[in-house]
Write a protein that binds this ligand. Structure first.
Ligand SMILES: Nc1nc2c(ncn2[C@@H]2O[C@H](COP(=O)(O)OP(=O)(O)O)[C@@H](O)[C@H]2O)c(=O)[nH]1
Ligand SMILES: [Mg+2]
Length: 264
C-alpha cells in the first residue's frame, strides 16, 4: 500500500490524490453529496473539503446504527451551514426519499451529483439503491483516483468516488474511531489500539458491554478481553482475535446504537 507511517500520523497518498481530483471536478458538479457516518460525523468530515457556491449537501448515513436522538441533534448542528439529511442506505426507500428531497433543493432537470466521503461510509450502496445499477458495494477502498460519471437516470448523473480521507490523520483518538467505523481497513488497521479505545468508550456505556458479553466492564482491558474470550469461545492462545470480535460487534451494531463523537 502506498502509505507511509511516521509515529501515529498517516499519509495515504492515493487518498490525497482522490481529494484533489474531486476538487478539480467541482466546476462540473451541481452538488457534492458528502456522506458522513452518523456514529462519527465530526471524525468523518474533512473540513478542507468544502466546495464553494453552496454545493455541499450532508448525508448522515448509517443512521440505523446510531441513537435516534443523537442523529437528530447532529442534524440540527449542521443545518445552519448545509442542507442535511439522515438515512440508512441499507433501506432502498430511504435512499429514494432522500433523492426526492435533494431534487427539491436543486431544481435543475439534469443533475450532476458527486458522492464523496470516507471509505465504507455507504456511497456505492446509495448509488446502487437509487439507480438500480450493479455497483460494487463493500469492496475494500480502491486506489483508483479517477472520477467517472455514470449514465443518467431520470436526468441524474452520479459519480461514485473511491473515498476521501485526510492527507494526515493525527492522533490515536481519530485513528481509532476511523478504524472502528471501518474507514481504515486492510493492513493499516490496528485492532488492539482501536479495541482499547472502544473499551474505554464502553466504560461510559456499561450496559452495552454487559448485555453482549455477560460480564461487567472493567477498567482493565485484559480482564475485558478475557471475559469477551470466555463468552465468545475464543481460546486463550487466540486472544488477539478477541479484539477483532469486539470491533466487529461494534461495526455490526451488536453492542447497540452508539455514537463515538462527542456532541458539545
Ligand atoms: N448498517 C448499515 N450499513 C451500511 C449502510 N450503508 C452502507 N452500509 C454497509 O457499509 C459497507 C460499505 O458500503 P459501500 O457502499 O461499499 O461504501 P463506500 O466505500 O462508501 O462505497 C457495506 O457493507 C454496506 O452494506 C447503512 O446505512 N447502514
Ligand atoms: Mg464504493
Amino acid at each position: 500500500m502506498d502509505c507511509s507511517q511516521s509515529g501515529r500520523s498517516w499519509y495515504p497518498h492515493h487518498m490525497m490524490k482522490a481529494t484533489e481530483e474531486l476538487m478539480r471536478c467541482a466546476m462540473a458538479t451541481d452538488a457534492f453529496l458528502y456522506f458522513l457516518d452518523a456514529r462519527a460525523p465530526v471524525t468523518t468530515f474533512n473540513q478542507d473539503f468544502i466546495p464553494g457556491d453552496g454545493k455541499l449537501i450532508i448525508l448522515l448515513n448509517k443512521a440505523d446504527l446510531a441513537p435516534y436522538d443523537a442523529v437528530a441533534l447532529w442534524q440540527k448542528r449542521f443545518r445552519d451551514r448545509f442542507p442535511v439529511f439522515s438515512l440508512s442506505a441499507r433501506d432502498k426507500s430511504q435512499c429514494l426519499d432522500t433523492m426526492k428531497k435533494i431534487r427539491k433543493i436543486i431544481t435543475r432537470r439534469v443533475l450532476y451529483l458527486m458522492v464523496a466521503g470516507v471509505p465504507n461510509v455507504g456511497k456505492s450502496l446509495f448509488i446502487r439503491n437509487v439507480t438500480g445499477k450493479k455497483i460494487k458495494v463493500g469492496s475494500s477502498p480502491g486506489v483508483t483516483t479517477k472520477v467517472s460519471w455514470l449514465p443518467a437516470l431520470d436526468g441524474v448523473h452520479f459519480a461514485d468516488t473511491p473515498g476521501i480521507l485526510w492527507p494526515r490523520i493525527d492522533g490515536d483518538d481519530m485513528f481509532a474511531r476511523l478504524c472502528l467505523i471501518d474507514a481504515i481497513g486492510g493492513r493499516m488497521i490496528d485492532s488492539e489500539l482501536a479495541g482499547r479505545w472502544l473499551l474505554r468508550f464502553l466504560e461510559k456505556h456499561a450496559e452495552s458491554f454487559a448485555r453482549r458479553y455477560g460480564a461487567a466492564i472493567s477498567s482493565d482491558p485484559l480482564v475485558n478481553i478475557r471475559n469477551i474470550s470466555d463468552r465468545m469461545n475464543i481460546r486463550k492462545e487466540e486472544s488477539s482475535r478477541a479484539w477483532e470480535v469486539l470491533i466487529q460487534d461494534f461495526r455490526c451494531g451488536r453492542l447497540g446504537k452508539l455514537v463515538l463523537d462527542e456532541i458539545e
